[in-house]
Each structure stands twice: as C-alpha cells, then as structure tokens.
Write a protein that binds this ligand. Structure first.
Ligand code: RP5
Length: 165
C-alpha cells in the first residue's frame, strides 16, 4: 500500500494532526510524519515533496498555520494529491491559514479541509488510496454505514424525548 505523508510546519501543529496519525495507524495505512516548513526549511520541504512519489507515498497531508504556504509549496513539487489542513495558530483564528491554503492558483491544486480538520484530511487520504485498494474501500463503506446508523439512532431517541415532553 502507498504511504501517507503528513507534514506540519511546526511541532506546535502536532496536537491538531495527532488524531489523523492515529486514525491512519488504526486503519493499517503506512504513515510518515515530518516537521518541514515552507519558510524555515524550504529546501528540505521541497526535497521531500519532489521525492515523495518515488519514495512510496500516494498522498501528502500538509498542516500549517498563519501564512500557511506549506501545502502549496509541497503541491508545487509533486503531482501527488496534496490535502491541506489550515491550522488555527494565530490571532486570526485560522482564517489566515485557510485563505493561504485554499486560494491556490490554477494548475497547482490543494484539496483543503476545514480549519483544524485533520480527521477529514485522514479520511480523504484513505479515500484516495482506496481508489486502488478494495480492502480500504470496503472499510470506508462500513464506516459510512455505521455513521448513518448512529445518526438514525440519535433521531429515534430525539423523537422519543420530544414525544415525552
Ligand atoms: C506555521 O506557523 C506553523 O505551521 C505553525 O502553525 C505556526 C506557528 O509555528 P511556531 O512558531 O509554533 O513554530 O508556520
């Protein structure tokens, strides 16, 4: 199976990213996690991305806050799909990182999830790998069924609570 690379701009982003790492490990998806900054270690970030395909990666997740250029810079150096997580790390509550990550120019896409949306980044990465992995695709289907069932049960409980008022 291809690996997922999770890159964060600083170790201070790790609390946001940790759940995604755990999710991927639980699902048996090989994951490598790095601190590589578009601004502080630009050369290392570019080298990681440029070599990612030949190093066995299938998807890159990039998490960064403030003037968050990390996802875009990584995307510029690979044709692998890059998922961006804007991190809430400043006085602007992540809006700065959201706009920096999502507003990519034509030709270099970054699939941007919500501010601090690491869970969805991990799920989206698995969906991408599942394009060529039937086992993962079946697990995703099962997860969806479970989610649907959970909401239906909540709705049923709510109906009972409302009827008892
Ligand atoms: C960004 O600046 C990082 O991704 C992080 O979200 C933010 C703050 O970094 P530190 O100053 O905590 O290292 O580049």
């Amino acid at each position: 199976m291809k690996k997922v690379g999770i890159v964060m701009g600083s170790d201070s982003d790790f609390p946001v990213v940790k759940g995604a790492v755990q999710f991927l490990k639980e699902w048996g998806v090989p994951v490598e996690v790095r601190v590589l900054s578009a601004h502080r270690t630009p050369q290392q970030a570019c080298e990681f991305s440029a070599g990612a395909r030949e190093n066995g990666f299938g998807v890159i997740i990039a998490a960064a806050g403030k003037a968050a250029h990390l996802a875009g810079v990584l995307a510029a150096h690979t044709t692998l799909p890059v998922i961006g997580i804007p991190v809430k790390a400043s006085a602007l509550d992540g809006l700065d990182a959201l706009l920096s990550t999502v507003q990519m120019p034509k030709g270099i896409p970054v699939a941007t999830v919500a501010i601090d949306g690491a869970d969805n980044a991990a799920i989206l990465a698995v969906q991408m790998l599942a394009l060529s992995d039937e086992g993962l695709a079946q697990k995703l289907e099962a997860m969806r069924r479970e989610m649907t069932q959970g909401v239906l049960e909540k709705d049923q409980k709510l109906q009972e609570a409302v009827a008892a008022l």
